[in-house]
Design a binder for this molecule. Structure first.
Ligand code: FES
Length: 204
């Protein structure tokens, strides 16, 4: 039986496409200000900066340590053979002008000229010359030495050592602090004592 009903679906116009406005690209949404998020971003930046600086400092330290390998670990010590001028430059008594540079005192008495190595024979401190008391006094444990370096008080067990001396070709006194003379308690003399133009005592 033919249907009286109109062929609604067949005659119907196809569904209209979505409106043109709906297909238009949407304008970007304006971000709404978010105070909480802004604070987080600032915090992140601060953290990033901190990490960056920490790493930069660490790398710099590593580079410095690495560069240190290219420099010799040399100990710069004073010369052990040197001249100190002419015998006529030194009068009687104790001259301390070379104490800082060479750790020596230049002394002259009636016997001649000699050089004391400024090292206490107790534990190696450098004594002070006390002109008012005419003695060397060690600040560490109180040892005392007379003007010739002979111990007479405190724990120092023996006199201070004397340096080898020579007169060089120019007439100056040459001091050798690697060649030291020890006091011989048997002979009561500094070992190898040969007064002359070389040895622990210069007769000049
Ligand atoms: S080091 Fe001089 S008294 Fe001890």
């Amino acid at each position: 039986m033919p249907s009286n009903q109109p062929m609604a679906d067949e005659n119907k116009e196809p569904a209209a496409p979505a409106s043109a406005a709906a297909l238009q690209p949407r304008p970007p949404r304006q971000k709404e200000p978010n105070p909480g998020k802004t604070a987080d971003t600032l915090g992140d930046k601060g953290r990033r900066r901190f990490v960056f600086h920490s790493m930069a400092a660490f790398i710099t330290l590593l580079l410095v340590c690495f560069a240190r390998f290219f420099f010799p670990r040399t100990l710069f010590e004073p010369k052990t053979r040197f001249t100190i001028g002419y015998p006529g430059d030194y009068g009687f008594g104790v001259d301390t002008k070379w104490q800082q540079k060479f750790r020596i005192w230049v002394c002259r008495n009636a016997s001649g000229l000699f050089v004391i190595y400024a090292r206490c024979t107790h534990l190696g401190c450098t004594p002070d010359w006390k002109p008012a008391e005419n003695k060397f006094k060690c600040p560490c444990h109180g040892s005392g030495f007379d003007s010739e370096g002979m111990n007479y008080e405190g724990p120092a067990p023996k006199p201070m050592l004397r340096c080898h001396l020579e007169i060089d070709p120019t007439g100056q006194i040459l001091v050798d602090t690697l060649n030291l003379y020890d006091f011989d308690t048997g002979t009561k003399q500094f070992k190898d004592l040969q007064p002359g133009t070389s040895g622990p005592l210069l007769v000049v």
